[in-house]
Design a protein around this ligand. Structure first.
Ligand code: PEP
Length: 257
């Protein structure tokens, strides 16, 4: 049976009041309705422990971090390590988000090192990949994606993508209200899966590729209908409990075998 992975990326948003009301709403419905899919909440790190306590007795909902440092401990002021995230119950870590690449100058090489270490420490990386508007215009989407995937293969070997998640996020679609066309995304997801398959004899069904970019409660179904879209990475719409729950509910009602 196909399951969806729905991830909320709150970015630099939220506070104690928002977290309380968000989960008050979600808890009203969650246990009764969310039976099949996996939901991940990625709040700012400072709120991880608070969210952990709230979700600890709800099934199918997990804790994720939006970023992590490459160092495990020591004199790295202001950073958070994978071991610390693991210590407080984080299961998923988003890496390579375009905002990290853009505002923090993260390179494919650095991201590949983080990916490797996250796997080594038995957490699950959610690797964000995708092209800029300019690259899309110049027909470079596939080349960009190949390069992003190649740096992972180079660091982690041919079986790198086992037990991991890829989030295809065309950069021009993030936070712009301009989502990609679901059918175009389907083709890119097939391309990603086939590219991985060239390196690894993995069953294609075991490669998880989510889509992210201006998902909302009105367009989510059209994306989830595509056979190779295995879930969603949601920014803005995940801050609104009602809208986020509507998306989860849509995904629950679409499960097929
Ligand atoms: C994101 O931050 O990864 C994202 C997809 O944001 P939004 O849903 O707001 O476009």
């Amino acid at each position: 049976m196909k399951k969806f992975l729905i991830v909320a990326n709150w970015k630099l948003n939220g506070n104690i009041t928002m977290i309380s009301s968000f989960f008050e709403y979600l808890k009203l419905y969650f246990s009764n309705y969310v039976k099949k899919n996996t939901i991940v909440i990625c709040p700012p790190n400072v709120y991880l422990e608070r969210v952990r306590q709230i979700i600890s007795n709800i099934n199918n909902i997990f804790l994720g971090s939006q970023n992590v440092d490459l160092n495990l401990k020591g004199a790295f002021t202001g950073e958070t390590s994978i071991l610390m995230l693991k210590d407080i119950g984080v299961k998923y870590i988003i890496i390579g988000h375009s905002e990290r690449r853009l505002f923090h100058y993260e390179t494919n090489d650095l991201i590949a090192k983080k990916f490797n270490l996250i796997k080594e420490l038995n957490l699950i990386p959610i690797l964000c990949i995708g092209e800029t508007a300019e690259e899309k215009k110049n027909g470079q989407t596939k080349k960009v994606i190949e390069k992003q995937l190649d740096s992972i293969f180079k660091n982690s070997g041919q079986l790198a993508f086992r037990n991991t998640v890829i989030a295809y996020e065309p950069i021009w679609a993030i936070g712009t209200g301009l989502s990609a066309h679901p059918k175009d995304v389907q083709l890119i997801h097939i391309f990603i899966k086939e590219y991985i398959k060239k390196h690894d004899p993995i069953n294609i069904k075991d490669i998880i590729v989510q889509y992210g970019g201006s998902i909302n409660q009105y367009n989510s179904k059209d994306f989830l209908k595509q056979p190779d879209i295995d879930g969603l990475l949601i920014g803005n719409a995940s801050l609104d409990a009602k809208q986020f729950f509507n998306i989860i509910n849509i995904s629950e009602n679409m499960i097929f075998s």
